[in-house]
Design a protein around this ligand. Structure first.
Ligand code: AMP
Ligand code: FE
Ligand code: FE
Ligand code: ZN
Length: 279
């Protein structure tokens, strides 16, 4: 059983449509795949259909942008997509990403970078959730940078003078909302670019967090050791996933995987609001 619980499609900042992500998962020999687009459930129906057709198990999910002293990403699985409060939080984040992109573009253009909001939107035709990767794509197409990574390293990273934030839910509230919507919350890449302090992980664990993503492309071997110890201390499950973004990042789908036993325990915590789609 090969299980990847963190992927993105063109419904957010991945480069392939939801069916393409599932197709890539099948080609990579995965048995179970979750779609976890940023702040949207837009890709679920297409992905579920493709999974049924290709004989994969599909796990509906999302990656919620959360606010804090450091930005936090919360993976949420098997929640009710019609839960009003959770849906509203995701909608607020999505909506605020548009003026935020406009301001980033304004600052870049003012410094001579070849980018307009129209060009950015043209690189996000299917995106319910607009993100910095779409700005990167417009800059790459205009010849300013070689790829997304170079655009991030030069101008789009969090510490950049061009950086602008957007509305995001408080992580404590996000954990509670995901549970209230019948879902299972797992903290994404706690030691990635956006490091999450252990104290916050501990607080969220006490409030209903189910697990942490330990095996992630941005985690070093020592990060993984430390996170496994933290999870053991806090009684959290540990997952592994690729954080696949199509050609937007170098990591292939299935490059990191989750233990089948851990997956079963995650699914057992879901309160039935949304089911795993079995072939
Ligand atoms: P945003 O959601 O608009 O704040 O943009 C954050 C997203 O940018 C993350 O979800 C990543 O997918 C992507 N990202 C961050 N750093 C890089 C990078 N160096 N190369 C490619 N994509 C990146
Ligand atoms: Fe992303
Ligand atoms: Fe993330
Ligand atoms: Zn992600």
């Amino acid at each position: 059983m090969r299980i990847d619980l963190h992927t993105h499609s063109s419904a957010s900042d991945g480069t392939e449509p939801p069916a393409g992500v599932i197709g890539a998962a099948a080609e990579a020999g995965l048995d179970v795949v979750a779609l976890t687009d940023h702040d949207t459930t837009e890709g679920w129906a297409e992905a579920a259909e493709a999974a049924r057709r290709l004989g994969l198990t599909f796990v509906p999910g999302a990656e919620l942008s959360c606010v804090g002293r450091t930005a936090v990403h919360l993976l949420a699985y098997l929640f009710d997509p019609d839960d009003a409060e959770l849906a509203r939080e995701m909608a607020w984040a999505r909506d605020d990403r548009v003026p935020r992109a406009e301001e980033i573009v304004r600052r870049l253009a003012a410094d001579g970078y070849p980018v307009t909001l129209e060009a950015v939107l043209a690189h996000a035709p299917d995106a319910a959730t607009l993100g910095r990767p779409h700005i990167a794509d417009a800059l790459v197409a205009a010849g300013a940078f070689a790829d997304r990574n170079e655009a991030f390293e030069q101008v789009l990273h969090d510490g950049s003078p061009y950086y602008v934030g957007h509305y995001a839910v408080d992580p404590h509230r996000a954990v509670a909302l995901v549970r209230a919507a019948g879902g299972v919350p797992v903290l994404a890449h706690p030691r990635g670019r956006k490091g999450v302090p252990d104290e916050l992980v501990a607080a969220l664990a006490a409030e209903g967090l189910a697990g942490i993503e330990v095996d992630h492309p941005e985690h070093s071997a020592s990060d993984r050791r430390a996170l496994r110890a933290l999870a053991a201390d806090l009684g959290l499950l540990t997952t592994g996933s690729s954080d696949y973004h199509g050609t937007g990042k170098p990591t292939p789908i299935g490059a990191e995987t989750t233990d089948p036993e851990v997956f079963d325990r995650l699914v057992a915590q879901a309160r039935g609001a949304t089911a795993v789609v079995v072939p």
